[in-house]
Design a protein around this ligand. Sequence first.
Ligand code: SF4
Ligand code: MG
Length: 324
Amino acid sequence: MLLEVRDLYVEFRTRDGVAKAVNGVSYGVDAGETLAVLGESGSGKSVTAQAVMGILDVPPGRIAGGEILFQGRDLLKLKEEERRKVRGAEMAMIFQDALSSLNPVLTVGDQLGEMFVVHRGMSRKDARAKAVELMDRVRIPAAEERVKQYPHQFSGGMRQRIMIAMALALEPALIIADEPTTALDVTVQAQVMDLLAELQREYAMGLILITHDLGVVADVADRIAVMYAGRIVESAPVHDIYKAPAHPYTRGLLDSIPRLDQKGQELYAIKGLPPNLMDIPQGCAFHPRCPMARDVCRTDVPPLNEVDEVRGSACHFWRECLDG
Ligand code: SF4
Ligand code: MG
């Protein structure tokens, strides 16, 4: 395994109490594999990724337990300086909002080039050539010219390609993309997602794709981990999930994907709101919103049951769910 997160806990201290953002998450991704992590906002999917990247270690966020094994080393045991090296060269993150992640007063060429100057000790001239090459790789037209432009001179889709180029620059073993296409128009979304998938295959990287939208991952992910209230509630190969979900929450997410043959019909939405992380419901955290909830759900936390060798569901009634 390239990356293995084991039983991770993350909490945030706030004035009103402790928010339990991640509550025992385990997942893994191999080289050349894409794991989609799915859930609503506040499910802990971004926080888990930030813990992996090591950009959480500033209070009030605190890792309260677990291990993060990357290429066999536990990242949580590394010194900050070693951690920074891993973060720069071996894993990279792509965020939703490219405009705020890029430096507005530097040309994109200088920002891309900086990676090679700082990490590879290249001359400015060579770094500039590398920047052009990368912009070509992410299919930005007229790269020779556009490398001299500033972030605001690019469209949202093109800026997201620049973010992908930045992430790829040092050929990391792992890329984490957090809602990389959420801010884009639907057609541009598909193009950027295809590009990311293509580069992932070509570089044989591990890719963790964080999204709230089950609709965008069908063609690109190998596995899906569905998160709710800081836990993984279902984990399975992508095709199994689309065929038949083994958790009512996954079913709700599937039913809320817009489909072409349903045009004009009202879209299904899971009723209610995600839980307050300072006061997570007893038993199954999903029970207040679950159409299948029964008494036991209000008292007993469902473990991640083994549905088969490659699939788990944290629902007491996963068999029923699977049977539809
Ligand atoms: Fe619903 Fe109960 Fe399953 Fe939780 S354990 S998802 S409340 S049926
Ligand atoms: Mg998020």
